[in-house]
Write a protein that binds this ligand. Structure first.
Ligand code: NAD
Length: 392
């Protein structure tokens, strides 16, 4: 169980690029990183594409005015001159900027925590992996839902055979906020999401299904997709060539099959993510709208609900428990958990503790690469008229 006590020598000197006043995701990063006050300290930033607004915002967050910079290049250059300069930076900007900012940060000797989808191509992602290795720095990816403790309970139960052989994988991340084109006209954050120059080769596949795909990898690390078929479409025609809805079928190397539904036009839906793993003996099902409960359904027996924070859960799950059973936890705690994992990874990397780094389960550069590969394969299938393609 976590209690906020220090787990690393001192808080890491941390900066943000993006995540400014009007940014959607910036506050989630700060909720996660600053939750315990012992893992990260926000000391600098280039928070906004509009420098003046970014400086004012940074000062309101408690950052010294002279450490609120106009752009990320100045941030990295000026901080490198300080003895107390930043050690790690989070990138919370639109997709099309991730590669260049991450590359510049690694070249400046910084650890990087970057938003998903990590980059546009796996070629870029492998190049960044090599650069991070050369610089001995970590690149973490903010799959922000992956810190919910019960996902580790699912992982343990799949691993120790409590559902038998995995046969089917049912994944869903859908919402209805883009059911009409009104949001495309009103929201800057939506405008770039449907612009391939900024969003990349996909909309909902990258924007939301990468989260659920990572959850499936977290829960079933042994499962490899061998082939997939993706059909993607844009129900609001002006979003083409990017998709606001996608259906994917997967075949796994062990003979299991799966499906993913990613959609931003699931009108009225308010539940977002669902992951159901069907085994030969039993099934497990979890939703992010109700993250404190895990449904365990053994064939022929009454269904069970496993509750967060209870002593019957696996120790790998309860190690990330914060408030205790009965007391509501949610997305903030999930982000706090992944940020704590980033801090532990950075500390292990700095100490050259390869064993600790290898044992830590967190969304690392490989998870980021896999998300990019997932998008690439889905798009390749869809662009061939929804054909089965080998997963490359
Ligand atoms: P947004 O458009 O709402 O906000 C982007 C922020 O970045 C703004 O503050 C903007 O001023 C700033 N910015 C843009 N370019 C910049 C630059 N070159 N330098 C400094 N600041 C810059 O976007 P968003 O919805 O917050 O998404 C940002 C990223 O986060 C995207 O990659 C998106 O996919 C991802 N995201 C992740 C989650 C999650 O749960 N992990 C949730 C939402 C968004």
């Amino acid at each position: 169980m976590l209690n906020g006590e220090r787990k690393t020598p001192q808080p890491l000197r941390w900066a943000m690029v993006g995540g400014g006043r009007l940014g959607q995701v910036g506050y989630k990063h700060r909720c996660g990183a600053l939750r315990d006050n012992t893992a990260f300290a926000l000391v600098a930033g280039a928070f906004d594409i509009v420098p003046e607004r970014g400086r004012e915002f940074g000062v309101n967050l408690g950052v010294d005015a002279d450490r609120c910079y106009d752009d990320y290049r100045t941030l990295f250059a000026q901080e490198a001159r300080r003895e107390d300069g930043i050690e790690v930076v989070s990138v919370a900007t639109p997709n099309g900027t991730h590669y260049q900012i991450t590359r510049a940060a690694l070249l400046a000797g910084l650890h990087v925590i970057c938003e998903k989808p990590l980059f546009f191509t796996s070629r870029e992602a492998y190049e960044i992996k090599a650069l991070a290795a050369e610089k001995n720095r970590i690149v973490g990816v903010t799959y922000g839902f992956s810190g919910h403790p019960l996902l580790l309970q699912m992982r343990a139960m799949v691993a120790n055979g409590q559902i038998g052989e995995v046969r089917m994988v049912d994944l869903q991340y859908t919402h209805g906020f883009n059911a009409t084109d009104e949001v495309d006209r009103l929201s800057d954050a939506q405008k770039w999401r449907i612009d391939p120059q900024i969003s990349g080769p996909s909309f909902v596949l990258g924007d939301i299904s990468t989260h659920t795909y990572y959850l499936s990898q977290l829960v079933m690390p042994q499962m490899q997709i061998s082939e997939l078929l993706c059909d993607r479409q844009s129900f609001i025609p002006s979003r083409a060539p990017l998709e606001d809805n996608a259906l994917v079928m997967m075949r796994y190397a062990n003979g299991a099959v799966g499906r993913m539904w990613a959609s931003s036009v699931n009108a009225g839906a308010m539940s977002s993510q669902r992951i159901r793993i069907v085994g030969s003996k039993a099934s497990l099902e979890w939703t992010d709208i109700n993250p404190s409960e895990l449904s365990y359904q053994v064939q022929g027996q009454p269904n069970q609900t496993l509750y967060r924070g209870m002593p019957y859960l696996d120790e790998t799950c309860n190690a990330w428990e914060r408030l205790g059973a009965l007391h509501t936890e949610g997305l903030t705690e999930s982000w706090a958990n992944i940020y704590l994992k980033f801090a532990l990874a950075i500390d292990a990397c700095n100490r050259g503790d390869r064993q600790a780094l290898d044992q830590l389960v967190y969304p690392d550069i490989d998870a980021g690469i896999d998300g990019v590969r997932w998008i690439e394969n889905c798009v390749r299938s869809a662009d061939q008229g929804a054909r089965w393609v080998a997963f490359e």
